[in-house]
Design a protein around this ligand. Structure first.
Ligand code: DP6
Length: 335
């Protein structure tokens, strides 16, 4: 009998309002709701297969611009924890073969673990024919420990709900990708692995005196961002998402110890975004746990913005994406 293989492509996503700090580490329960859009052009492609013939578990990954490698140590442990969680639900102990690749730099604030854990979880669940809803799939993805991965399952514009209860902290699409033609121009100023992970940031968040104030502003901000997406009001969305990114980084810079994700080039890009805005091009910046800048714009301005920023000496590369679908099954297998 032919061995069943399942392949999933899951996108990265960029958060307009961000997940920062948890109420429960083990269950990855966030302290606040977050809202993001899925990116159509930056993704992870993962193939999995459970079968006796593999004899032992194996995980092979090809990160962007790197050689293929067999995963080991901490990274393998995280993957295997998710495999074991799903094997337990499916009541199987079959060995698994996993092969994965992504098309953008790892660990640079472009949510690589979001797309990887979304692709992994979706592929494991589908290969074992677990009959679960999309809501349950987002919960299961969240449990892998990369919270933002939960927002890479549904399509388009997505909200992840905060809750003290695991089953009700899930992600759901607010609007599909066709609702609004937005783009993310990712300006890479450094493709080196970051010094501090998001994990460090979540754990230290509450040591900042500004963290409490940040959490207090978020219910209102999430409402404004949610409504701006529904009503397609780009100025309101842009202003909020910039303030939101700054609020996260103020909390991280003032945590103990301080975590600084930006480089001088990051700030130079911010200045440049403000400059082009003054010239009448609607564009707003946001950053995650890394130095690279996501410029959010309407699709009609995407090429112009790319051209402008690719001329700057401190810019390494640029990735462009429009709003995309969430995770989905594809025919092409990686082994
Ligand atoms: C700043 O714990 O989901 O990107 O596992 O490193 O992808 P990784 O991070 P995760 O934290 C994400 C933090 C953030 C904000 C966000 O995407 O909401």
């Amino acid at each position: 009998m032919k061995t069943k293989k399942t392949s999933i492509i899951a996108p990265s996503n960029i958060a307009f309002t961000k997940y920062w700090g948890k109420s429960n580490d083990e269950l990855t329960l966030p302290n606040n709701d977050s809202i993001s859009m899925c990116l159509d052009n930056v993704y992870t492609h993962t193939t999995v297969s459970f079968a006796k013939k593999y004899q032992s578990d194996s995980v092979e990954v090809t990160f962007y611009n790197q050689e293929k490698k067999v995963l080991h140590g901490k990274q393998l442990h995280r993957v295997m924890q998710q495999v074991d969680r799903i094997r337990k639900i499916a009541k199987t102990n079959l060995p698994v073969k996993i092969v994965s690749k992504n098309n953008f730099p790892q660990g640079t604030g472009i949510a690589s673990s979001a797309s990887s854990f979304a692709a992994l979880t979706h592929a494991l669940v589908s290969n074992l024919d677990l009959q679960i809803s999309q809501k349950e799939l987002t919960v299961l993805t969240r449990l892998a420990g990369s919270g933002s991965a939960t927002r890479s399952i549904p399509d388009g514009f997505v909200r992840w709900y905060q809750s003290k209860d695991s089953d009700t902290s899930y992600a759901k699409s607010i609007e599909n990708p066709k609702h609004w033609q937005l783009s993310d121009v990712v300006v890479v100023v450094s493709s080196e692995e970051k010094k501090y992970s998001s994990l460090d940031g979540h754990q230290l968040a509450s040591t900042s005196p500004f963290y409490k104030a940040r959490l207090e502003t978020l219910p209102k901000r999430n409402q404004v961002v949610h409504d701006a997406i529904k009503n397609k009001n780009f100025t309101i969305l842009g202003e909020e998402l910039e303030k939101e990114a700054l609020s996260l980084h103020v909390a991280s810079m003032t945590s103990e110890p301080s975590i600084w994700y930006w480089s001088p080039a990051t700030i130079a890009v911010f200045d440049e975004v403000k400059k082009i805005r003054e010239q009448g091009i609607q564009a707003y910046f946001t950053t995650d746990a890394g130095p690279n800048v996501h410029i959010i714009c309407e699709q009609e301005n995407r090429t112009l913005i790319n051209k402008h920023f690719s001329q700057l000496s401190y810019v390494e590369t640029i990735f462009e994406s429009n709003v995309g679908n969430g995770s989905r099954e594809v025919e092409e297998h990686l082994f």
